[in-house]
Design a protein around this ligand. Structure first.
Ligand code: 5GP
Length: 187
């Protein structure tokens, strides 16, 4: 069956956004979504990169209007994917690749049973903790929430079509790319 949606989930810090960014650059048929979120902008981020940053009021207003195909509370913030981004991509015969949390992956799989799902695992919880701290340049205020969520998310990995350990970025990325290439070759 032709694949039109590829969902990537992983605990925060496992490297999924780097995988998605790089594969979108290398394979133009793929296209990422830009999620709406209520979380605060981090250093190096700006409106549209990597999210649309909105107030909670705005998010709830959009949600009320049925703007989101899926929304979830992740690490105490709201995240949602707009319908129109999927429709626009499919109208151009492109394949969407998106990184979302485990709850979001479940919702998408329910709404789009033909979606392919990939789970990226960190080599260990300790390594994940180290990466999250390094990425933010300090211990993030919600580190313990993220680590608790990570353990809960990792427990769901076997429900995904593919699992991949990100121990060495380049090696793991090549394995990831091969999975995606095989999926695209289906149709
Ligand atoms: P961060 O704020 O650290 O970039 O992302 C936090 C988490 O939110 C990540 O696991 C990311 O995959 C997830 N996320 C991003 N966009 C969406 C979305 O549209 N829906 C859901 N459910 N999760 C999302």
């Amino acid at each position: 069956m032709k694949v039109r949606l590829i969902i990537i989930a992983a605990p925060s810090g496992a490297g999924k956004s780097s995988f998605v960014e790089r594969i979108c650059r290398e394979m133009p048929r793929l296209c990422d979504t830009v999620t709406y979120t209520t979380r605060a902008v981090r250093a190096g981020e700006s409106e549209g990169n990597p999210y649309h940053f909105v107030s909670k009021e705005k998010f709830l207003e959009l949600r009320e209007k049925g703007f989101f195909v899926e929304w979830a509370v992740v690490h105490e913030n709201l995240y949602g994917t707009p319908y129109h981004q999927l429709e626009d991509a499919w109208a151009q015969d492109r394949v969407i690749i998106m990184d979302i949390d485990v709850q979001g992956a479940e919702t998408f799989k329910r709404k789009f049973p033909d979606a392919a799902t990939i789970f990226i695992l960190p080599p260990s919880i300790e390594e994940l903790r180290r990466r999250v701290t390094k990425r933010d340049g300090r211990v993030p205020a919600d580190l313990e929430i993220r680590m608790k969520n990570a353990e809960r998310e990792i427990a769901q990995a076997s429900h995904f079509d593919f699992q991949l350990v990100n121990d060495d970025f380049d090696k793991s990325y090549q394995q990831f790319k091969k999975i995606v290439e095989d999926l695209l070759a289906r149709g």
